[in-house]
Design a binder for this molecule. Structure first.
Ligand SMILES: Nc1ncnc2c1ncn2[C@@H]1O[C@H](COP(=O)(O)OP(=O)(O)O)[C@@H](O)[C@H]1O
Ligand SMILES: [Mg+2]
Length: 244
């Protein structure tokens, strides 16, 4: 199987203003190279290791300081950036003043009202929601429902890669199970690729086939889940130990 994402010598540094005239740079992602081959990948690593910074660059939200990100998926003409991020803090992902209808409409190119509504209703059904939610606001919905809306919105914008940034950590386990089932189905239908940033080894091994472990802005390890027991990462070993 080919590599669908190839990252070469990627770096990111942020300026830290100390005094008015001196701006010191802090390296967050330090010249890393890796590739993803499997359809579901987990990114692991301690808090502060640079996971969010990395995936923000992958999804085009942040510009790399240097380096190259090459995505080998069939680019959809309707979508400039085929990678979408589903945030941990999903309350901020949807404008709370917007109805679901307005939130979904934002990402669509369709101008014909009837066609747009049909497409929205259809996609909501795919993510297990009824059309009733269209006129609700984010504040009137549960965390699980909002996650589904975020997924629906990505599907409407013809995303091919979905990145979840600890998106499930605040959700009930039953809700997480349901979402994972949904993602499994959608993967087949839409040929999606998934990247999960997570602290849960259970999620990583249940759903993913490949792992990338970050440490202090560097790649500590990149391995297949089938080789998990041979991991050299102290962080992964700790997670395994905590699970047994
Ligand atoms: N916009 C920013 N400006 C300055 N420092 C940042 C910024 N975003 C993240 N950082 C720093 O980069 C480091 C890595 O952060 P992050 O990518 O969020 O790690 P993780 O997601 O693994 O917890 C942290 O030390 C954080 O304080
Ligand atoms: Mg993070």
């Amino acid at each position: 199987m080919g590599e669908w994402l190839v990252v070469t010598n990627l770096s990111k540094s942020y300026g830290v203003s100390r005094f008015l005239f001196s701006k010191k740079k802090r390296d967050i992602i330090k010249n890393i190279s890796f590739s993803f081959k499997k359809d579901s990948v987990a990114i692991l690593g301690e808090s502060g290791s640079g996971k969010t910074t990395l995936i923000k660059m992958l999804s085009g939200i942040e510009k790399p300081s240097s380096g190259d990100i090459k995505l080998n998926v069939t680019q959809s003409p309707k979508k400039k950036n085929p990678i979408s991020m589903i945030f941990q803090d999903y309350w901020s992902a949807i404008n709370p003043r917007f109805t679901v209808y307005e939130a979904l409409k934002e990402t669509m190119n369709e101008t014909d009202e009837k066609k747009m509504l049909d497409e929205m209703t259809n996609i909501l059904k795919k993510v297990g929601l009824s059309a009733d939610v269209l006129y609700k606001k984010a504040t009137e919905m549960s965390g699980g429902q909002i996650q589904r809306i975020c997924i629906a919105r990505s599907l409407l914008s013809r995303t091919q890669v979905l990145i979840f940034d600890e998106s499930f950590s605040s959700l009930d386990l039953i809700v997480v199970d349901q979402l994972l089932d949904l993602l499994m189905e959608l993967r087949k239908e839409y040929k999606l690729k998934y990247v999960f940033v997570t602290h849960s080894l259970e999620l990583a091994t249940y759903f993913c086939e490949e792992l990338l472990v970050l440490k202090d802005g560097e790649v500590e390890e990149s391995l297949l889940v089938s080789n998990l027991m041979h991991s050299n990462s102290v962080y992964v070993k700790e997670l395994i130990k905590a699970q047994i």
